[in-house]
Design a protein around this ligand. Structure first.
Ligand code: 5RP
Length: 223
């Protein structure tokens, strides 16, 4: 029986195999944030010197890449990336995701939007029939915190301020439990449209293109 950590390693290794054909001297890889993404970053060492570098979705991932001697590029200096690789807190069979457990959702969404393909890596526990059991992270401008908590409660959720946490962008996170998310793309747009929301952790309008899910029986690929 593989542990969750071993499953995460398996997913990270599968992503390294996935990106192998894209590797080249002008290529930039988009890199996510979290414990699974960390394992992917560690494995990226094998491509060091064979790619132009990586764009990180958080200060944490940038530091880990740099510690491995992998060139970290500013997104402003990168026009395209073949792939963005990141974990998820939940993913459904249509490849909609909830992300942001690590609080990096906004930069993750930005970097992913520049990449051609979003490759989601996770252990199979992240696969759900319907999103919403994991509280939805919402990055919020601090002055809007209470106003937004009321708006999110009116949408049926129970928002909780992630106390003591400041995002890389200087904002805060509300984690919204108890939501019934029937139409992820519509709900993403609705939440993102509320003044004071930077972005919510639903990745549905642009979900994953490929999911590499580690199971006890090997990698399960969803396209
Ligand atoms: C960070 C994220 C992560 O991808 C998500 O929280 C999954 O993390 P992990 O790989 O540690 O389970 O969205 O903001």
């Amino acid at each position: 029986m593989l542990t969750q950590q071993q499953l995460k390693q398996q997913a990270a290794d599968a992503a390294l195999d996935y990106i192998d054909p894209f590797v080249g001297p002008d290529v930039v890889i988009g890199v996510g944030t979290g414990s699974t993404a960390d394992l992917f970053i560690d494995g990226l060492v094998r491509f060091k010197g064979r790619v132009r570098g990586a764009v990180a979705s958080s200060e944490r991932s940038a530091a880990r890449l740099a510690a491995h001697g992998i060139t970290v590029l500013d997104l402003n200096d990168v026009a395209d990336m073949p792939v963005y690789v990141d974990g998820a807190d939940e993913i459904d069979p249509a490849l909609n995701m909830v992300k942001g457990g690590g609080g990096a959702l906004t930069r993750e969404k930005i970097v992913a939007s520049v990449a051609k393909r979003f490759v989601c890596i996770a252990d199979e526990s992240k696969l759900v029939d319907r999103l919403g059991a994991f509280p939805l992270p919402v990055e919020v401008i601090p002055m809007a915190r209470e106003a937004l908590a009321r708006r999110l409660a009116a949408l049926g959720g129970q928002p909780v301020w992630r106390q003591g946490f400041v995002t890389d962008n200087g904002n805060i996170i509300l984690d919204v439990a108890g939501l019934t998310i029937k139409d992820p793309a519509a709900f993403e747009a609705e939440v993102n449209n509320i003044p004071g929301v930077v972005t919510c952790g639903l990745f549905a309008r642009a979900g994953a293109d490929v999911a590499l899910l580690a199971t006890q029986g090997g990698i399960r690929r969803l396209d």
